[in-house]
Design a protein around this ligand. Structure first.
Ligand code: 6PG
Length: 502
């Protein structure tokens, strides 16, 4: 038989995406440099499908893969981001891929690489990208997909990507989940919407990951306040997280944090979290988000702070040495009321989370303007309601905010979110004040509050800053009392310091 899809890269994500496609009725010709990975996907397909016809078929070369496909060919890549994507594309050109064929990159590629690739491969084949969020379970039973590139290519492949996407109840914003092989969810709204021109989907996925970094770091700081400030056990903290998961803070990340905290290591019988080394890893997407925000001038301090926190965590040896010589406050001197601190912490986490998402959406908005993408923010919030790592009921409120006003300059000024922060901010401020007093690091919490306070300030001390710049570098300044669009400079070195119009 000729297959619907050629699939290259059967690692954890690739295998699960392939099984998901098979569940949805598509036949797949599969290739991986590691033949065992192909065999494992086929075995699992057989195991799950039983007597029903096989849907995943092995290939041992790129030429064989193309020969086994219907025309025009469609090839999906799930290979590591970077050079492997280019290598595979070149191998497919050598194997005879044609101009009307489509290659879809599903990896965490840097968005500028995606733009380059579309240009470089023009005429050889149609290069399309669909960023995927949701980890292995999402890939298997429904992920959040952020496709971008050639519209004609999207029309051809949209049905299959919508089929393997997570589904959500549009009215409530709640995911429709069923983790049953062979019985995919077909009802509800698919979390797969065309994002825009080439690169925009990977940009949006990158920002998703930046928000993911911030959200995770905020949860970790909340955990640390309870663990180090209140001396609570991981199991006790898990109970708090479970309670929070029933309200505004409901999210996949809170839920899995509770699961991690509850887990007991079978070897030592200790809470697993207590024996996990406190050095955070990262693959780069959070860093790319922070770098892009600096380049564009879109303030995203909570996202950047989360990246710095991961970096600081890796300096374990230095931290151990510093812990012996650097003074901090004596926590025992403070009388903390546990219930009060926890209640305040809930509000602090919620307000900080709103700021982190506001930063991510503002970044996308500024990037969209810079790159000429017409991003639909309600649409983006919608596809993040299910399937992806940051999925949460909270995304329904963001969807509604952008449906109310598609030109919204910042989530913070949406009436719903403005009212939420007004209601909860006292406890947010108390949490930050108290954590600072007892010496618990809260980079993400405090950067979120500084973002909020800066954003709501009609006047910032940048006036003095402009004066300083003019003093040492003649960098000039605009005047608030003159609307002439001109810049001014003080001749600081002259005795009477005359002001000149530049
Ligand atoms: C997702 C995740 C996924 C992955 C990243 C982040 O949306 O499914 O974001 O892309 O977990 O690789 O990993 P790091 O924390 O290692 O940067």
């Amino acid at each position: 038989i000729l297959c619907d899809i050629g699939f290259i890269g059967l690692g954890v994500m690739g295998k699960n995406l392939a099984l998901n496609l098979a569940d949805n009725g598509y036949t797949i010709a599969a290739f991986d440099l590691d033949t065992e990975k192909v065999a494992s996907a086929i075995n699992q397909d057989k195991l799950e499908r039983g007597d029903k016809p096989q849907r995943i078929f092995p290939c041992t070369s790129y030429t064989e893969l193309l020969a086994k496909l219907k025309s025009p060919h469609l090839v999906i890549l799930s290979v590591p981001a970077g050079r492997p994507v280019d290598d595979v594309c070149h191998k497919l050109i050598d194997a005879g891929i044609e101009a009307d064929d489509i290659i879809v990159d599903t990896g965490n590629s840097l968005w500028t690489d995606t733009v380059e690739r579309e240009k470089n491969f023009e005429g050889n084949f149609l290069f399309f990208s669909t960023a995927v969020s949701g980890g292995e379970v999402g890939a298997r039973f429904g992920a959040s997909l952020m496709p971008s590139g050639d519209r004609y290519a999207w029309t051809r492949i949209a049905p299959m990507f919508k089929a393997i996407a997570a589904k959500v109840d549009d009215a409530t914003g709640k995911p429709i989940e069923r983790h049953e092989p062979g019985n995919p969810v077909t009802e509800g709204e698919p979390c797969a919407t065309y994002i825009g021109e080439t690169g925009s989907g990977h940009y949006v996925k990158m920002v998703h990951n930046g928000i993911e970094y911030a959200d995770m770091q905020l949860i970790c700081e909340a955990y640390n306040i309870m663990r180090s400030g209140l001396n609570m056990s991981p199991a006790e903290i898990a109970v708090i997280f479970r309670k929070w998961n029933e309200g505004e803070l409901h999210s996949y990340l809170i839920e899995i944090s509770a699961e991690v905290l509850e887990h007991i290591d079978p070897e030592t019988n200790l809470p697993l979290v207590d024996i996990i080394l406190d050095k955070a890893g990262q693959k780069g997407t959070g860093l790319w988000t922070a770098v892009s925000s600096l380049q564009i001038g879109a303030p995203s301090p909570t996202i950047s702070s989360a990246v710095y926190s991961r970096a600081l965590s890796t300096l374990k040896d230095e931290r151990i040495a510093a812990s012996k010589v650097l003074a901090g406050p004596d926590i025992s001197e403070f009388n903390l009321d546990k219930d009060e601190v926890i209640a305040q912490l809930h509000d602090a986490l919620y307000c900080s989370k709103i700021c982190a998402y506001a930063q991510g959406f503002q970044l996308m908005s500024m990037a969209g303007k810079e790159h000429g993408w017409n991003l639909d923010f309600a649409g983006i919030a919608k596809i993040w309601r299910a399937g992806c790592i940051i999925r949460a009921v909270f995304l329904q409120s963001i969807t509604k905010a952008y449906e109310r006003d598609e030109e919204l300059s910042n989530l913070l000024v949406d009436p719903f979110f403005a009212e939420q922060i007004a209601k909860y901010q006292t406890n947010w401020r108390r949490t930050i004040a108290n954590s600072s007093l007892i010496g618990i690091p809260i980079g993400a919490f405090s950067s979120a509050l500084a973002y909020y306070d800066s954003y709501r300030s009609e006047i910032l001390p940048a006036n003095l800053l402009q004066g300083q710049r003019d003093f040492f570098g003649a960098h000039t300044f605009a005047r608030t009392d003159k609307a002439d669009g001109k810049m001014y400079h003080v001749e600081w070195s002259q005795p009477n310091r005359p002001i000149v119009k530049v």
